[in-house]
Ligand binder design. Structure first.
Ligand code: ARG
Length: 467
């Protein structure tokens, strides 16, 4: 083929020079990624602009070529934003769609853009740019949710609820303290994402197909233009590994797992047998058959969608596990799980921040539940220890007292002093302050404990961390 023949053949695939027959319609559909990777278009253009600028600075392409490429890419960006861009499955993916349009708009300069570059380092760059932005958005959303948690916790520093182990009443805790447990989980989630971001934020471009390129490129300049913290140090690794995406998915799965646990609690607490909270109506639905129902659909779906995000993590791990170096087409399958993870997580965090603002607490139900389960039994044991009885003996004495109260059908604090004294002569009138729910809570007055003073301090610390 001579030069003019090359120019005429616009419908041919970019890479089809050495092929004798076109792919079948099914293979074309099967191998195309344009239906989902068009979402990377903005990042693809950013990457191309930086690459072209470096090529011009290094005199690999002319200044005029750079101007043409910039003009063409700007027009393409506008067409995409205005939904005027025609995506073609025949052109396979976002990279080839944009390149083809660029060439149609600016001619040979468009064909020079791919100098010293491959779709392999190009797509790795696009995903990293996408994920970097996604991480920033998700961190902002987690912090909004943490703010909502703090606001709710602050109203409930003194609200008593039964703390559970094995879902059995264990010891009284402040509801504010319980909520702040989730603040801590989310704080670690933010820290994990911030750490993951450092490894996402490295530039693959320059690795080309796998081995690097023979042009005098300057990768550090491209990294600087795209705000990457550094460049990937091995070309084979740069185009082939997706560990940064897997790491992000693992962070996402943990966040969803935390939200799923909270959802599970909300669902239980909304059950009238608990009756601890009500969610605002806009987060619940009714039943088409049972008129009395108010179902906690949103927390249930959060719990359900956690399965889907966990699934994406497993999908990405499995995608990677048997790939020889370097790039393989398998990697095209990384995008849909990643996109869905980001979307599911972002929606969930938005909705949670809003939902927390509408939580109404039934103080009385919480209190009654704490009173029903001998939540202050440990306090009685601790009291006896302070009076000189070894802890194991105290444990035994209290077990007998609980059994007695259970038979009588009342709380420990409802027993007469004379009744309590049948279990230990060391028990005196000061025991009644110890056996109250508030007394029990107040006594756990150290860093991380449930005493209201400590919860207040934890909230203040949290506010400082958030700004
Ligand atoms: N659409 C491809 C992907 O998502 C782009 C890279 C294609 N590279 C190749 N050598 N076929 O991974």
């Amino acid at each position: 083929m001579n030069d003019s023949a090359l120019k005429q053949d616009n419908n041919k695939k970019t890479w089809s020079g050495r092929f004798n027959e076109p792919v079948s319609a099914l293979v074309e559909r099967y191998t195309a990624s344009i239906s989902f990777d068009q979402r990377l278009a903005e990042y693809d253009i950013q990457g191309s602009l930086a690459h072209a600028q470096m090529l011009a600075e290094q005199h690999i392409i002319s200044h005029q070529d750079l101007l043409d490429i910039q003009r063409g890419l700007q027009q393409i960006q506008e067409e995409i934003r205005n939904h005027q861009f025609t995506w073609s499955q025949q052109l396979e993916d976002v990279h080839l769609n944009i390149e083809k349009r660029l060439t149609a708009l600016v001619g040979d300069a468009g064909k020079r853009l791919h100098t010293g570059r491959s779709r392999n380092d190009q797509v790795a760059t696009d995903i990293r740019l996408f994920l970097r932005a996604a991480i920033d958005e998700i961190i902002t959303l987690i912090k909004a949710m943490q703010q909502a948690l703090l606001n709710l916790a602050e109203q409930h520093i003194h609200t008593v609820m039964p703390g559970f182990t094995h879902l059995q009443v264990a010891q009284p805790v402040s509801f504010g303290h319980h909520l702040m447990a989730y603040f801590e989980m989310l704080k670690r989630d933010v820290e994990r994402l911030a750490d993951c971001r450092k490894r996402v934020n490295q530039l693959p471009l320059g690795a080309a197909a796998l081995a690097g390129t023979s042009y005098p490129i300057k990768r550090e300049r491209v990294a600087q233009l795209l705000n990457f913290e550094g460049v990937c140090q091995n070309s084979l690794d740069a185009v082939s590994d997706r560990d940064f995406a897997i790491e992000f998915s693992a962070c996402a799965a943990l966040i969803m797992t935390h939200l799923s646990r909270m959802s599970e609690e909300f669902i239980l607490w909304m059950n009238p047998a608990f009756g601890f909270i009500q969610l605002a109506d806009r987060f619940c639905t009714g039943s088409s058959i049972m008129p009395q129902k108010k179902n906690p659909d949103v927390p249930e779906l959060v719990r359900g969608k956690t399965g889907r995000v966990n699934g994406h993590l497993v999908a990405l791990l499995t995608l990677m596990k048997a790939q020889p170096l370097a790039y393989n087409k398998d990697n095209q399958e990384d995008k849909e799980p990643l996109f869905d993870t980001v979307d599911t997580l972002a929606d969930t965090l938005w909705i949670y921040a809003d939902m927390l603002g509408g939580v109404r607490v039934n103080h009385d139900q919480m209190r009654q539940a704490a009173l029903r389960g001998y939540a202050t039994a440990t306090d009685l044991a601790d009291y006896l220890v302070k009076k000189g009885i070894p802890f194991r003996d105290a444990h035994e004495i209290v077990a007998q007292a609980v059994q007695y109260a259970e038979q009588k059908g009342c709380d420990l604090s409802a027993l007469e002093l004379s009744e309590l004294q049948t279990f230990s002569a060391r028990i005196e009138t000061d025991i009644f302050a110890v056996l109250t729910l508030e007394g029990s809570m107040q006594s756990r007055n150290h860093t991380g404990g449930t005493a209201p003073e400590q919860v207040q301090a934890a909230i203040e610390q949290a506010r400082k961390w958030l700004v």
